[in-house]
Design a protein around this ligand. Structure first.
Ligand SMILES: Cc1cc2nc3c(=O)[nH]c(=O)nc-3n(C[C@H](O)[C@H](O)[C@H](O)COP(=O)(O)O)c2cc1C
Length: 320
């Protein structure tokens, strides 16, 4: 049975957007944006800020579990933070060994740990020991730091630690997100030897690319990141063969996002996040680009005016 996972995306896929996307898609679970751990246990306030779903049983309002993702290099502090998250209702934990951000790597977090497989193993093992057996602990890796030379050794360090699932983004750290660099074939090699299920990740943007990724990797689980933002019902398209949302349905999703954001984060910068969401959507919805709707939205005085421009463009497209 195919499993679909909504990717963690720092600064993008936060609680308001998880709420919207899990309401219209059959995601099996989501992962939170990374919670960064230094040498101290995280506070419960920080956890609730990053993962407000911990107030509602660790699930979005449509019932999708939200695993809490941690990033750091101190095994004890991460393990204690994971135990705290689970005591607050986290249904699962994910550990980040893939973030390519310089600031994060400088403090030995994310993809920097791909240079130290023993430390990755210790972090996973300590977290596994710190949380009850029935709580899943996952790890997310890239294929290497600056080359794919050791990808099998890196995967082994993770799966031998007792984790329950391994997610592989099929790029190295230096590949960042460059088009054409994703290696689904190497994810497949890991899947062949890995004793726990592997989640394939990278460059799934539509049903054909999902099918091709599943075929090449042999995986039964996909993680969807940017694609789930460009086409808001991507998971339903992949799993149920639903029609991709048309322009009008897309505008309704944007309205839901505005409502969700205002509910979760009334003090936040809604307009910035609105434009960010639209910058993903314009990859799929050509009128946003061709008719300069995106440009006009960016020049709007506020979100109300931007929504009016968007709605008018749906009427002009003959969708409304
Ligand atoms: C803006 C942005 C933020 C991201 N933040 C995270 C993060 O917090 N944790 C993580 O494990 N991966 C993070 N990622 C990586 C994604 O989860 C995913 O692995 C990557 O985008 C490839 O999948 P895709 O091609 O489906 O987008 C981020 C990616 C982007 C573009």
């Amino acid at each position: 049975m195919l499993q679909l996972v909504l990717a963690p995306m720092d600064g993008v896929l936060d609680a308001p957007l998880r709420q919207v996307l899990t309401a219209i898609n059959p995601f099996d679970f989501c992962e939170s944006e990374f919670v960064r751990i230094t040498d101290k246990t995280v506070s419960s306030q920080t956890l609730l800020k990053k993962v407000p779903e911990l107030n509602t049983g660790g699930r979005t309002s449509s019932g999708a579990p939200v695993y809490v993702q941690f990033l750091g290099s101190d095994p004890k502090a991460i393990a204690a933070s994971a135990a705290l998250a689970v005591s607050m209702g986290a249904p699962g934990i994910d550990l980040n060994f893939g973030c390519p951000a310089k600031q994060v790597n400088r403090s030995n977090g994310g993809a920097a740990l791909l240079k130290d497989p023993d430390l990755m193993r210790r972090i996973c093992a300590d977290v596994r020991n710190a949380v009850p057996d029935q709580v899943p602990v996952h790890a997310k890796m890239r294929l290497g730091f600056d080359s794919c030379d050791r990808y099998l050794e890196l995967a082994e360090a993770l799966y031998s630690s007792g984790i329950s699932m391994l997610c592989v983004h099929g790029r190295t750290k230096v590949d960042e997100y460059l088009p054409g660099t994703v290696r689904w074939d190497l994810i497949g090699r890991i899947r062949e030897v890995c004793p726990v299920p592997v989640i394939a990740n990278g460059d799934v943007f539509d049903r054909p690319s999902a099918q091709k990724c599943l075929e090449i990797t042999g995986c039964q689980a996909l993680m969807l990141g940017r694609g789930a933002l460009c086409l808001p019902n991507l998971a339903a398209v992949i799993r149920n063969d639903d029609e991709p949302y048309d322009y009008l349905k897309m505008t309704r999703v944007v309205h839901s996002f505005v409502e969700s954001f205002e509910r979760f984060n009334p003090e936040g910068n809604l307009f910035a996040r609105f434009k960010q969401f639209l910058s993903y959507l314009r990859e799929h919805y050509s009128p946003l680009k061709e008719r300069e709707v995106f440009k006009r939205v960016c020049r709007a005085a506020d979100v109300m005016e931007a929504l009016e421009i968007l709605d008018a463009s749906a009427r002009d497209s003959g969708c409304a």
